[in-house]
Design a protein around this ligand. Sequence first.
Ligand code: SF4
Ligand code: SF4
Ligand code: SF4
Length: 292
Amino acid sequence: MSGHELDSAALGKVGMMRQKQPDMYVMRLKAVAGDLTADQLACVAVVARKYGRGFVHLSTRQGIEIHYVHKDNLETARLELLEAGIEMGACGPRVRVIVACPGDDSCRWGNIDTKKIARELDARYFKQEAPSKFKLAVTGCSHNCTKANENDIGIRGAIEPKWEASDCNDCGLCVSLCPLHSISRVDSDEGFSYEIDWESCINCSICTSLCPSGSWAIGRIGYTLFIGGTMGKIPRLASVLKQLVETEEELYLLIDKAFGYYCANGRKKERFGHMIDRIGLDTVKEAILGTE
Ligand code: SF4
Ligand code: SF4
Ligand code: SF4
């Protein structure tokens, strides 16, 4: 690359962005699910000292960026990083690095293996061309630490609770703890029961986690799948495509259909969510879910 006019679009594909300062570039590194090893971090530090200005910038999407790399050093720096197994990220109209929280690997709230899903999505989609930038995030539970619904595709761990009458001590705690007020106590001739309004329940796992007698058991476990979230100039929170996807196989199938639909119908530079608003959520959902 040295000595010649650089092609910004081509560099964007490999995660290198031109700075405002002449001949200076940002190197955006790839860290799927925000993970790098200690050895890789040591390599980043060496490269940042050698070719940058001795610091890194942490992006809002779990990325590490090395700033102030002269254009003549980009390729050498890239190869040094690659030797430590660190690839470059992506910019421009394509799938970006997949973001994920720790999930059930180490977080006590985690319902799903977020990192495994992130790695799988990375293998399937990273850098694939799209009408506009395309972001995916995986979050292990309803605490939503990776903000799944701010992404073009968001996956959130979900639990469907099931009430087990025999253990319930009728303390009423679940009624007050449910953030959506979806649980109510119902009296009948047979006694009492606790019931859920499934229209409002978001499968958040608060009841299954906090019931003191374990009466809210895990009925089904799976993934809530969101589509069309974006921040930026025209923010839009994602819409629920399916509240509870039960298998990984179905999850990937639906993501594939959603991404395919966007690539086929999105206009140049139009984000997925804005395409959904133009076409209509019901139409898009029907197209993606219709042939399930
Ligand atoms: S979203 Fe849930 S599982 Fe993920 S880090 Fe936050 S609390 Fe833990
Ligand atoms: S919190 Fe558990 S024990 Fe208490 S009323 Fe609800 S289900 Fe029953
Ligand atoms: S899963 Fe969450 S939203 Fe649904 S009933 Fe339990 S506490 Fe309420």
